[in-house]
Design a protein around this ligand. Structure first.
Ligand code: RFL
Ligand code: PHB
Length: 398
């Protein structure tokens, strides 16, 4: 397409990525009267077809309500006052509400994304879906440009700031020069095979995390009629290797007898394998670009933290950008990276620790197995250790 046909859009904040981070940022900025244009590589339907997180911390719920998109979440989200941990076939309940006075909520990321998309559409501000070849330029200049090509043709978004909310495989992090960006990574030697099925959940009021000799398993839910289960699997496995029958047969022996008896099996409506990774990129700002969510960091899903971290980043970033756009104050944007990273590393630690505690590592020797058991005994034997776990699981303050 010739350059003359290229569309030009002007906005205050260009947002790359229409996942939960990008759309929530757009909603918080809109509420404060700040304009944004969202650019997304995939179609709306594709974004909504990705099955991911299911558990929201109280501070995430509060932020979503504050953004004005919490109506369905408050009506349909299911409160989990506690969490269950199974080790060696025995289940223990950690009552978070009693231990630390906080709880979490079960509500699918897909539903949250749908609510955010509906709210975005109601603002009549543009979201450019199916945008290919997205490039970000002018990070250190007086304005930035986001270029790309969507089904209507080539476009350029001119903005004061750009938020890179485009996930782990996005373009934003890669726009930061290699000599500026430092990355920290750990790849785990296993993945999670997840199954979604329209059956009532085995444990409707607490996620069940199970450690066993056969490997980790997890029982979660999306509603009273839709369940989400996971089992640890080798990284070399493919989804085609796992029939539904094989999945249910692998899940049940990893659970305690009571939970196993409550599992209702049924045909899967989605099945996928996710590798487990810890990753942090520093800094989260370069000139006019800010990173938020999976674009800057990944946690293994064991602590249910990825989406919640994205929400926490976005809350900090929205406040910082609102301050900058309204009053010209740069305090928030200047401290964003350092403040966000401080919290991120604490959550990285918890997610790594929970993963190490509950999974079976292929190269584990007898010594490591005994240490894992001792660590679990420590948790189950001490009210203080349980309160510490509950504090982290229910979510650190933002
Ligand atoms: P997303 O959701 O990946 O969205 C990024 C968006 O950017 C788009 N994009 C681009 N757009 C334009 N140009 C480009 N060049 C682009 N490249 C990419 C993508 O298409 C996409 O739409 O990142 P975001 O918004 O930061 O949100 C992060 C969360 O999605 C993620 O952290 C969680 O799903 C992680 N996670 C969990 N988090 C929780 O808090 N609680 C949980 O219970 C939980 N369970 C999970 C999880 C992640 C899982 N997987 C599959 C990794 C369970 C699993 C199995
Ligand atoms: C989920 O419901 O998909 C889920 C719940 C808890 C986790 C990870 C995933 O830790």
């Amino acid at each position: 397409m010739p350059d003359s046909a290229s569309r030009t859009l002007h906005t205050q904040v260009a947002i790359v990525g229409a996942g939960p981070a990008g759309l929530l940022l757009a909603a918080l900025l809109h509420k404060a009267g700040i304009d944004s244009v969202v650019v997304e590589r995939q179609s709306r339907d594709y974004v909504l077809s990705r099955i991911r997180a299911g558990i929201l911390e109280q501070t995430s719920v509060d932020t979503i309500v504050q953004a004005g998109v919490g109506a369905r979440l408050m009506a349909e989200g299911i409160v989990h006052p506690g969490v269950d941990i199974v080790a060696g076939g025995h289940k223990r309940h950690l009552d978070m509400h009693r231990l630390v006075g906080r709880q979490v909520m079960a509500y699918g990321q897909t539903e949250l994304t749908r609510d955010l998309m509906d709210a975005r559409e109601a603002t009549d501000r543009p979201t450019l879906y199916e945008a290919q070849d997205v490039r970000i330029e002018g990070l250190l200049d007086s304005a930035v440009q986001v270029h790309g090509v969507d089904p209507q043709g080539a476009f350029t978004v001119h903005a004061e700031w750009v938020a890179g909310c485009d996930g782990f495989h996005g373009v934003a992090r890669r726009s930061i020069p290699a000599e500026v960006l430092h990355t920290f990574e750990r790849v785990y030697p296993f993945g999670w095979l997840g199954v979604l099925a329209d059956v009532p959940p085995a444990s409707p009021h607490a996620v069940v995390y199970a450690q066993s000799d056969e490997g980790f398993a997890l029982c979660s839910m999306r509603s009273m009629t839709r369940s989400r289960y996971y089992v640890q699997c080798p990284l070399t496995d493919r989804v085609e290797d796992w029939s539904d029958d094989r999945f249910w047969a692998a899940l049940l022996p990893r659970l305690d007898p009571q939970t196993a008896a409550a599992v209702v099996t049924g045909p899967s409506i989605e099945k996928s394998i996710a590798p487990l990774r810890s990753f942090v990129a520093e800094p989260m700002r370069h000139g006019r670009l800010f990173l938020a969510g999976d674009a800057a960091h990944i946690v293994p899903p064991t602590g249910a933290k990825g989406l919640n971290l994205a929400v926490a980043d976005v809350r900090l970033l929205a406040e910082a950008l609102i301050d900058r756009c309204r009053s010209g104050s740069a305090t928030g944007i200047d401290s964003y990276s350092q403040r966000a990273l401080q919290r991120i590393w604490r959550v990285e630690r918890f997610s790594w620790w929970a993963t190490t505690l509950l999974h079976r590592f292929p190269d584990t020797d007898a010594f490591s197995q005994r240490l894992q058991r001792a660590e679990l005994d420590e948790l189950f034997g001490s009210e203080r250790a349980q309160a510490h776990f509950a504090d982290q699981y229910a979510g650190l303050p933002i």
